[in-house]
Design a protein around this ligand. Structure first.
Ligand code: PGA
Length: 254
């Protein structure tokens, strides 16, 4: 069985002190059942990779689709790899909504990270309106379809993660029920198996959206949930450590 993946997405929050404190606290919850990923603001990634070595994954929240060149403010895959950063978020809904990232752009980025050997965490999810219209599956299918330009570069050695994050559940305190989330996860898994079978062995599907220590276990216990992507609650050392513990317990059948 693949280890559960618990990923922290700090967004534009945190400090160098929080990096040090969180990594130190996480040493006690490291386990073979868990992969812990820290998706940090760029200035903190070097500090984090130096501290964690191979014990945790340090990931980027953003990476350029270009190899190098005159792209002021952008960060390339090669630069991330120079620091030991081994994963990257692609298509987070905040990037899509606030920075105009299109499916096409996400596809280009996915291709670039996979070609470089960086493991993608591809974010998909529906808006509240789309859920109310009953079109969740077609929205997710279209999001997957439109970024498939990158899929041919996937390989089990790199790993591939899809994070299902209902847009209306991010940072709002609202959530899909664990069963609703699991249905979408099952759909994602079956869609991937049907359309891109080579991806299935390495695929992990995470749930994200207002995950906290006291609500994570029912999600992690669902059959198609392989872990969680945690925003706000990852900024509190005690809470994030507890989330990791809870997921490990769920992994043991608790
Ligand atoms: P949240 O964010 O846990 O604060 O809802 C999740 C995310 O944006 O990945």
């Amino acid at each position: 069985m693949k280890p559960y993946f618990v990923a922290a997405n700090w967004k534009m929050n945190g400090s160098k002190k929080l990096v040090l404190d969180l990594i130190e606290a996480l040493q006690v919850v490291e386990s073979d059942l868990l992969d812990i990923g820290l998706f940090l603001p760029s200035p903190y990634m070097a500090e984090a990779t130096a501290m964690v070595g191979q014990t945790m994954i340090v990931g980027a929240q953003h990476v350029s689709q270009h190899e190098s060149g005159a792209f002021t403010g952008e960060v390339s895959c090669a630069m991330l790899q120079d620091l030991g950063v081994s994963a990257a978020l692609i298509g987070h809904s905040e990037r899509r909504q606030l920075f105009g990232e299109t499916d096409d752009l996400c596809g280009q980025r996915l291709k670039r990270v996979l070609k470089s050997g960086i493991a993608p965490v591809l974010c998909v999810g529906e808006t509240l309106e789309e859920r109310e219209q009953g079109i969740v599956e077609s929205v997710i299918a279209a999001q997957l379809e439109s970024i498939e330009v990158g899929f041919e570069y996937a390989s089990p050695a790199i790993g591939f993660t899809i994070a299902y994050e209902p847009v209306w559940a991010i940072g709002t305190g609202k959530q899909a029920s664990p069963e609703e989330a699991d249905e979408v996860h099952a759909f994602i898994r079956s869609r991937v198996a049907e359309r891109w079978p080579a991806l299935t062995s390495s695929l992990r599907v995470l749930y994200g959206g207002s995950v906290k220590a006291d609500n994570v276990r029912p999600f992690a216990s669902q059959p198609h949930v392989d872990g969680v992507l945690v925003g706000g609650a990852s900024l509190d050392v005690g809470t994030f450590t507890e989330i990791c513990r809870e997921v490990a317990v769920a992994g043991q059948g608790g």
